[in-house]
Write a protein that binds this ligand. Structure first.
Ligand code: ADP
Ligand code: MG
Length: 754
């Protein structure tokens, strides 16, 4: 007993003493009692179920529950023999070797010091938790000088009823994420101490919500997750604590939405005979049903006196750009300006080209051939030359340019708008909340409307969390006349002739007047191999057990000349990667778009958005090096015109390996949503949430975005009316505190920049 009451917000140092408090902070970043109590057990052992020792891997820091099988002291001075070695040394070293078992597997424990003491402790039949780093000695896995904690083998009372004996065998022993400095049982003891004195205070979850969803009171749940009496307890406790995570997050997001809706924005209602209408007349195709209906929703949003915050997601090639251009033109018609932010130079250039092409004379204000309602489109990227930059800045400042296209260079201070009405962000997953906020600030006085576009289909729950402050629209159909992309695996090791066939296929496409991409994971030819784009690193390739470390991934600068001299000799081959100077990038992309190149050997810089309808084939080298969604994005670059596309995934991953299974999944479906779920299953949630996560990285402990989809959706439904009725949570003080704790340092930023 600590002798006084402790609350969740008390600093650990105050409750456990400075030394323990400092250690917790240093090792796990835990500062308060609440932090410590959210350091949940990793798993639970029972005495009846020992740790499977076969599953231990070398190098892991582990805590195992095992039984001593044999124990023996080895070495030491042999009686009657003089100790060897220099005088003063005690001769051959003694050591204690203990073999522990889980009933089947074995693990060796070795002690070199205090041998007698440990020998007495660890006698045959003893049961204990052992903690240490797994190493290997003569092919056997061992722990050297493990920490251990003996567990009573039977209850102190020997006159046990069978019932009590069973209870004892089934008691759940929590095992905490531990480190060499803080063992699981040390953590456990601190938690005991804290729980003894704990008063968790008022429950943040409103009583009605608890009742509706049959949830335990918080304090009960906190106690039970650390000290469960049985599995059912544990399930109830976890469910309740998951709710806390989902609910605080959703209430915070609801507050953000609520605050955003209270901001003034300039309404930009559509006009009947403006540039938007003229643009539609010029369109060389009919809008799809989806483009039309999403367009109406957006047109309505823009006409409101509070800012639009909309996420538009649509499969690659579903035609999001046209939707965005229509929205931008509506704003221009209403006297405002729009900005389109692209994640890469290549994409910004391409947007600029295609928007000016679609607009034709409508983009030529001030020139002789300009249309009646014409405006100007300005381009601003990191590589825009001084003179072009000056004129773009001036057009934007005066309002002569209705549309500005660019990369994050746009975020700089010099860029000032006459009247910014709409911010469009293409391929949102490359931008954080921070950039969105920075752009918003460029609208003087009021909030601009915001449209975020992504081609990475986002599972429902991610949309509700990472993008929880946005309304979501989806373009699900592709424009008519699109031909499906066929995706095939090319197992280069088992079937080398498939690879020959792949190159032959590329030649056939080119002979038919089409073009092809060859994608490699690396640029090559330099120590610094970063691609110079905003692209996230491809996922760490996961080597299956026993798989050998492989050669480095294939590089653009190696593959291109090999193809030029070998299988693709005679074709016009260009290269593209992030280290090219921007002018060169632009030149290559333009040449490829114009059909002056047959084959583009490239890194993933072409992953997002690049649109060359005449490209019909893509060969992806070392395909297993890319993530599932990334592959889906990449292949979206082909088959954008009316000719069928083919995507060939070249891999050396062995059959039946996890990597091969991922590739099979990509080849097997064209459903981006399904693939993004697969992606999410294989990555840690933290990666998905990334910087955009609503709070501290550590905020989500129990909640899993996929597995807890329904729970998150329900929490969201509960949060909206609660915030509508009491936006400042004045009648919900403990909930407010829970949100503060959840958001940590980012609170102000998160709520105020809504
Ligand atoms: P994404 O949604 O992947 O950004 P884009 O906006 O780049 O797709 O559109 C892909 C291609 O489809 C572009 O060449 C575009 O001009 C064309 N496109 C867009 N809408 C239609 C439509 N309704 N009918 C035919 N082609 C369309
Ligand atoms: Mg696009």
């Amino acid at each position: 007993m600590l002798g006084y009451v402790t609350t969740l917000r008390d600093p650990l140092a105050q409750v456990l003493g400075k030394k323990a408090g400092d250690t917790f902070e240093k090792v796990f970043g835990l500062r308060t009692v609440g932090d410590l109590l959210r350091h949940y057990p990793r798993r639970y052992y029972t005495r009846g179920e020992l740790t499977p020792l076969d599953s231990l891997r070398e190098g892991d820091h582990v805590t195992v529950l095992a039984k001593v099988a044999t124990s023996g002291v080895i070495g030491g001075p042999v009686p009657g023999q003089r100790p060897k070695g220099p005088p003063g040394r005690s001769g051959p070293k003694q050591r204690l070797e203990v073999i522990v078992t889980d009933g089947t597997g074995k693990l060796q424990l070795t002690f070199f010091a205090a041998v007698g003491f440990h020998a007495k402790q660890l006698q045959q039949g003893a049961l204990a938790l052992f903690a240490g780093t797994v190493s290997s000695f003569r092919g056997r896995r061992q722990l050297v000088h493990p920490e251990y904690e003996l567990l009573p083998v039977s209850s102190a009372d020997d006159r046990l009823t069978t019932e009590l004996a069973e209870e004892f065998a089934n008691e759940l022993i929590p095992v905490y994420p531990a480190s060499a400095k803080l063992t699981s049982w040390a953590i456990s003891r601190h938690i005991d101490a804290v729980l003894d004195a704990l008063d968790a205070g008022e429950d943040p979850l409103p009583a009605e919500v608890r009742k509706r969803h049959d949830l335990w009171p918080r304090e009960l749940a906190i106690r039970a997750i650390h000290r469960p009496t049985d599995r059912d307890d544990l399930r109830q406790a976890r469910q309740r604590l998951k709710w806390d995570e989902a609910f605080t997050m959703q209430v915070a997001l609801a507050q953000r939405r609520h605050a955003a809706a209270a901001m003034p924005a300039v309404p930009r209602p559509p006009v009947a005979d403006g540039i938007a209408a003229a643009f539609e007349e010029r369109l060389p195709f009919h809008l799809t049903e989806g483009q039309r209906s999403v367009g109406e929703v957006i047109a309505h949003d823009l006409a409101c006196a509070y800012p639009m915050n909309r996420l538009l997601q649509g499969e690659v090639g579903s035609g999001k750009t046209v939707v965005a251009v229509r929205a931008m033109l509506q704003v221009v018609d209403a006297g405002g300006q729009a900005v389109l932010l692209a994640p890469t130079e290549v994409l910004a250039q391409q947007h600029y080209r295609s928007i000016t092409a679609l607009l034709g004379p409508l983009a030529a204000a001030g020139q002789l051939n300009a249309g009646e309602q014409a405006t100007r489109v300005a381009l601003l990227t990191g590589s825009t030359g001084v003179r072009a930059r000056r004129s773009a800045l001036s057009d934007v400042f005066t309002g002569d340019a209705g549309i500005l296209v660019g990369t994050h260079a746009l975020l700089e201070d010099q860029v000032q708008f006459a009247d910014l009405g709409l911010v469009v962000i293409d391929e949102q997953h490359r931008f954080g909340v921070e950039q969105r906020d920075a752009l918003r600030e460029k609208a003087a006085g009021s909030r601009p409307h915001v449209l975020v576009m992504t081609a990475t289909p986002i599972p429902r729950t991610v949309a509700m969390t990472v993008f929880g402050d946005l309304e979501v629209s989806t373009l699900s159909e592709l424009p008519a006349g699109r031909s499906p992309i066929a995706t095939h695996l090319v197992p280069a090791v088992e079937r080398p002739h498939y690879l020959d066939r792949a190159w032959q296929r590329v030649r056939e496409e080119v002979a038919a007047g089409h073009q092809a991409y060859v994608v490699c994971p690396r640029i090559g030819d330099a120590d610094d191999d970063s691609d110079g784009t905003d692209a996230p690193e491809p996922p760490e390739p996961t080597l299956a057990d026993g798989e050998e470390a492989r050669r480095p991934p294939l590089a653009v600068l190696d593959v291109a000349p090999e193809l030029e001299e070998g299988p693709l000799a005679g074709l016009r081959i260009g290269i593209m990667h992030g280290r090219l100077v921007p002018d060169e990038k632009d030149r290559v992309m333009t040449a490829f778009a114009k059909g002056e190149l047959d084959v583009l050997v490239s890194t993933t810089v072409i992953e997002v958005g690049v649109d060359v309808p005449n490209a019909t084939a893509m060969v992806i080298m070392d395909a297993e090096r890319f993530g599932v969604s990334q592959l889906h994005q990449l292949r979206g670059r082909v088959g954008r015109g009316s000719n069928p596309g083919v995507c060939l995934l070249v891999t050396e991953a062995p059959p039946a390996s996890p990597a091969r299974e991922r590739l099979d999944a990509v080849a097997g479906t064209r459903d981006g949503f399904q693939l993004s779920r697969l992606d999410l299953q294989q990555r840690r949630e933290g990666d998905v949430l990334g910087a955009a996560q609503a709070g501290r990285r550590s905020s989500l402990k129990l909640l899993r975005l996929l597995a807890d989809e329904d729970l998150i959706a329900t929490a969201r439904e509960e949060s909206t009316p609660l915030v509508a009725a009491d936006p400042k949570l004045e009648a919900h003080q403990s909930l407010k505190e829970a949100i503060d704790d959840f958001l940590g340092d980012r609170r102000a930023e998160f709520l105020d920049k809504a």
